[in-house]
Design a protein around this ligand. Structure first.
Ligand SMILES: [Zn+2]
Length: 288
């Protein structure tokens, strides 16, 4: 949701290309997994179109100061810096032509940011891998539901039987993968059922119109908005959080239909639409 692109590095020269060439899609949002920041384009010379044949990735490793950096060179135009869960691995991906010096400068410059996110990632509670068995707790709308698995049922389905209980009915011999898929499907349906009301509430207030929306599993952000096509994608995980947090992400993405970046104008609009948005953002950052 927040981007360090807003906290520009001191060397603005490197930033020149970005506003001109930036894609329409807001790709700066992030969630816990993979802190993402789009930094700048290759600085030297005009950018030539790269023939996009296959996404071949050349992987190397680099040590910058005390930081171990994984480097992926591939046919892309921009340089990306990420800090990855679960252990805070630093990943730089960029164009095939990107040289080591560029990477060293980038990592050097963003060291404080990297350390900050490494600390954050390492402090996160590790979510236990669920085995989909009776007694497990499964988050939903900011609360925990206790799961009961009913074996040998006539058909497979999920049912919320009370405000704090979830029933998973499964046929004989069902696999764990299928159980997971059933729960995922239930979460997805619950999330999809909640979006229309949010759009009906906010579109007239914000004077925007979403053309298409979708719910997806996303690893590095809570949502995204393609400002060109007015298409909004939302992270399926949001249905596990308190409803006000899903609402905040919806308002955030809708605000991009007015303003693509996350700069002053964006923040002013957010202040107007949802005065306590920063509080909700902090809450979303914490509750991962
Ligand atoms: Zn955004």
């Amino acid at each position: 949701m927040e981007t360090t692109v807003d906290t520009a590095p001191s060397d603005t020269r490197m930033w020149k290309g970005i506003s001109r060439k930036r894609t329409q899609t807001d790709r700066h949002d992030r969630s816990r997994a993979g802190q993402r920041v789009k930094i700048f384009q290759e600085v030297s010379g005009p950018i030539e179109p790269i023939p996009f044949i296959s996404m071949k990735v050349f992987r190397t490793n680099l040590v910058v100061g005390k930081l171990a950096v994984e480097v992926h060179r591939k046919p892309i135009r921009n340089l990306h810096l990420k800090v990855l869960p679960p252990d805070g691995q630093v990943l730089v991906s960029g164009p095939l032509r990107m040289n080591d010096r560029t990477i060293r400068e980038l990592v050097d410059e963003k060291e404080e940011w990297i350390r900050h996110h490494q600390d954050r990632i390492r402090k996160l509670p590790k979510t236990p891998k669920r085995t989909i068995t009776t007694g497990e707790m499964h988050p939903f709308l900011g609360k925990d539901l206790r799961l009961t698995v009913i074996e040998n049922a006539p058909r497979n389905y999920v049912e919320q039987s009370s405000s704090d209980e979830l029933l998973l009915h499964v046929k004989k011999g069902i696999t764990l993968a299928k159980k997971r898929a059933l729960l995922d499907g239930w979460y997805r349906a619950q999330m999809k059922a909640r979006i229309p009301a949010l759009l009906e509430k906010w579109e007239p207030v914000m004077k925007v119109a979403v053309k298409k929306w979708g719910v997806r599993k996303m690893t590095s952000r809570w949502g995204s908005c393609n400002t060109k096509t007015a298409r909004v994608s939302l992270n399926l995980e949001l249905v596990k959080k308190a409803p006000r947090l899903l609402e905040y992400v919806v308002v955030h993405e809708l605000t991009h239909l007015h303003e693509r970046g996350h700069g002053k104008r964006f923040q002013k609009l957010m202040d107007r639409f949802l005065p306590e948005w920063k509080k909700r953002r902090r809450e979303l950052d914490r509750k991962i």
